[in-house]
Write a protein that binds this ligand. Structure first.
Ligand code: ADP
Ligand code: MG
Length: 394
């Protein structure tokens, strides 16, 4: 168990807090402030308990130099509105300079400051000691609340913990609780649903899950590489050439371990990668050579749904089809419905899977939707996340 802000004294301390304020922007306007809202509980807790709250985040991908279209200034303004409290924006192209240090020096308990985009400094993503030390000079305690970057060892996500005690905020606490419990101590049957585009992206995850689950369901673009390994015609479906052997080996591993591995029974095919394509639904051994598989078919939905509804724990990573196109969204939508119907613990990890669950309106019926994307994938794969590892144990 990692310590959280509740486990340490924050009063009077300069609390350097890493948030995920990497919000979508258009023409300098924030188009979705979900991530800012998600950070409020930790920030409010710190304010109410008398901390001097110094917030850090990255935004977008400035190329290691100041680029004002990625300034966090709009975030500071939005944050102030949401908090109904003043937020000092520490404008500086180098993130930390004498003026910023002076501004921190005059902070009172309960004050909030937001530093400029940490990726204005090229050292940030290299976890370089000089920038780490500059950031660290501003704080007495490090709070990491940015799960989405926890799989990266950057100055602001991990480095600063070398210089001060480090604990988690409420968002990271929730992520490691739900993702961790789901895989470490699952209620059974434990079902993993895997999908997405490429096998090689998810190979480690499937292997890792295979050690723990009772059933692995494979859908989405990954399925065609498995079909190929089975010797089936896959037409123009997405294929991961390098993954064919891996797929074969995974099927063998499943058999040896007594893990049920379910592949789609049927598939929705299209003559081109477009929502307006000509389509047909065929069994998996009848994919026309000139068409491509875009979604799982109704027989698959039925078979998968039955297993999912009876699960004690479900971990889902990767959509069942090209859900961004309405004509190929049904498989993902119906699997999401089955996960929503499941009475067990249901955890969604993966950016596109989370987006699909939101889009189809099932978000509030899931136990936990990870905000992590790549970080949740690495966590589920059993990898150590630098931004979590640096936090103190209870
Ligand atoms: P996640 O973000 O949940 O981990 P991925 O990024 O691995 O998921 O995969 C999501 C992508 O996979 C989506 O953009 C979706 O369109 C694509 N995909 C799913 N099924 C297919 C398919 N049959 N052919 C091509 N792409 C697919
Ligand atoms: Mg994705």
């Amino acid at each position: 168990m990692k310590k959280t802000v509740r486990d340490v004294e924050v009063r009077g301390k300069r609390v350097l807090t890493r948030c995920d304020f990497n919000v979508p922007m258009e023409d300098g306007k924030i188009t979705n402030d979900t991530r800012i809202r998600a950070a409020l509980p930790t920030i409010k807790y710190l304010m109410e308990n008398g901390a001097k709250v110094i917030l850090m985040s990255h935004l977008g991908r400035p190329k290691g130099e100041p680029d004002h279209k990625y300034s966090l200034e709009p975030v500071a303004r939005r944050l102030a509105e949401l908090l109904e409290h003043k937020v000092v924006f520490a404008q500086s192209d180098v993130v930390v300079d004498d003026e910023v240090r002076d501004a921190v020096g005059v902070m009172a308990e309960g004050d909030v400051m937001l530093l400029e985009n940490t990726r204005f400094r090229e050292e940030e993503t290299h976890n370089a000691p000089n920038f780490t030390q500059e950031l660290a000079s501003l704080g007495d305690l490090f709070v990491n609340d940015a799960f989405g970057t926890a799989h990266r060892a950057h100055c602001s996500t991990a480095g600063v913990a070398d210089f001060m005690p480090a604990v988690s905020g409420f968002l990271i606490e929730k992520e490691i609780k739900f993702l961790g419990e789901a895989v470490e101590d699952p209620a059974r049957p434990f079902v993993a649903i895997m999908g997405g585009a490429k096998v090689s992206d998810k190979i480690l995850l499937v292997e890792q899950m295979m050690k723990k689950v009772d059933t692995v369901i494979i859908g989405g673009g990954m399925a065609y590489t498995f079909y190929k390994a089975m010797g089936l015609e896959i037409g123009k479906s997405i294929l991961d050439e390098d993954g064919i052997e891996l797929a074969a080996s995974l099927m063998k591993q499943a058999e040896e371990k007594g893990v049920q591995l379910l592949l789609p029974l049927d598939t929705v095919c299209a003559d081109e990668f477009s929502n307006d394509a000509k389509t047909c639904v065929v069994d998996r051994d009848a994919i026309p050579a000139d068409m491509m598989g875009m979604d799982i078919g109704p027989k698959s939905v039925e078979a998968f749904g039955k297993v999912i509804r009876e699960a004690g724990t479900v971990v889902w990573n990767g959509p069942m089809g090209v859900f961004e196109m309405d004509n190929f969204a049904a498989g993902t939508k119906q699997v999401a419905q089955a996960v929503a119907d499941c009475q067990g613990v249901t955890v969604i990890g993966g950016g596109d899977s989370a987006a699909a669950v939101e889009k189809f309106g099932f978000a509030d019926q899931m136990t936990h939707i990870s905000t992590g994307g790549g970080a949740s994938l690495e966590f589920l794969e059993g990898k150590k996340l630098p931004g979590v590892e640096v936090l103190e144990d209870k």
